[in-house]
Design a protein around this ligand. Structure first.
Ligand SMILES: [Zn+2]
Length: 223
């Protein structure tokens, strides 16, 4: 029998997601952001203290507060469902019936196994079934789900599911190509490798539609 701590190390080291949902507790939002910042500040202080850092030094005095604010308000701000952008859609008045691709969306997320950055690009596409969504809304949806401790496979699926609900169609796809600093800067230290994940819904499961989407992603945008 594998000891549970070893099992959890194994899961984290291999970046295996245990669920399509972020593992968030039911009581996650019972305390305010301000209370969280105060608590995390003390935790970061404790880590630096244990590492032997001199917290009276002017350079790192403000670090615990800075890190706590960054966790709660910025890089993990997307845990809070209240902060989800409103995915307003509109009637497809101009009857555009082809695929729409929003490519090269900059993506900053955080690996939930090491709390190190995931940096990459997301490419999102849909075929309208009568509703359309503002282009920047697609960026905002990517941003929202990225601002959590994440696993790339789950992030890819969440972006697709969110757009499927907003647009009322299964015909949504997402490809993410990203570098995980936990692989690039530590452990195996492979700076060249990146991870590609994809989720294809509805018509995007068909070879022809999928191929078209993947060809658009490869187009170089010249100005
Ligand atoms: Zn990692």
């Amino acid at each position: 029998m594998i000891h549970s701590e070893e099992l959890h190390d194994e899961i984290g080291d291999n970046h295996i997601a245990t669920s399509a949902k972020n593992p968030v507790r039911d009581d996650a939002f019972e305390i305010s952001d301000e209370e969280k910042i105060e608590l995390i500040k003390k935790d970061v202080e404790s880590i630096l203290q244990t590492l032997g850092m001199d917290l009276t030094d002017d350079s790192i005095k403000g670090t615990p507060n800075r890190v706590a604010k960054m966790f709660v308000k910025e890089i993990f701000g997307g845990l809070n469902p209240d902060k989800k952008p409103k995915a307003s859609t509109f009637d497809n008045n101009y009857k555009y019936g082809e695929m729409l691709v929003e490519k090269n969306i900059t993506l900053y997320s955080t690996c939930e196994h090491h709390l190190l950055p995931i940096i990459g690009r997301a490419h999102v596409a849909y075929i309208s079934s009568g509703r359309v969504i503002g282009l920047s809304k697609m960026n905002r949806i990517v941003e929202h789900y990225s601002k959590r401790p994440q696993v790339q496979e789950r992030l890819t699926m969440q972006i697709v599911q969110e757009l499927q609900i907003a647009l009322g169609t299964e015909d949504v796809a997402c490809v993410i190509d990203a570098k995980h600093l936990c692989v690039n800067s530590r452990g195996i230290k492979d700076i060249e490798s990146s991870t590609v994940t994809s989720e294809f819904g509805g018509k995007f499961k068909e070879e022809k539609t999928r191929r078209e989407f993947l060809d658009y992603i490869k187009l170089e945008t010249k100005f």
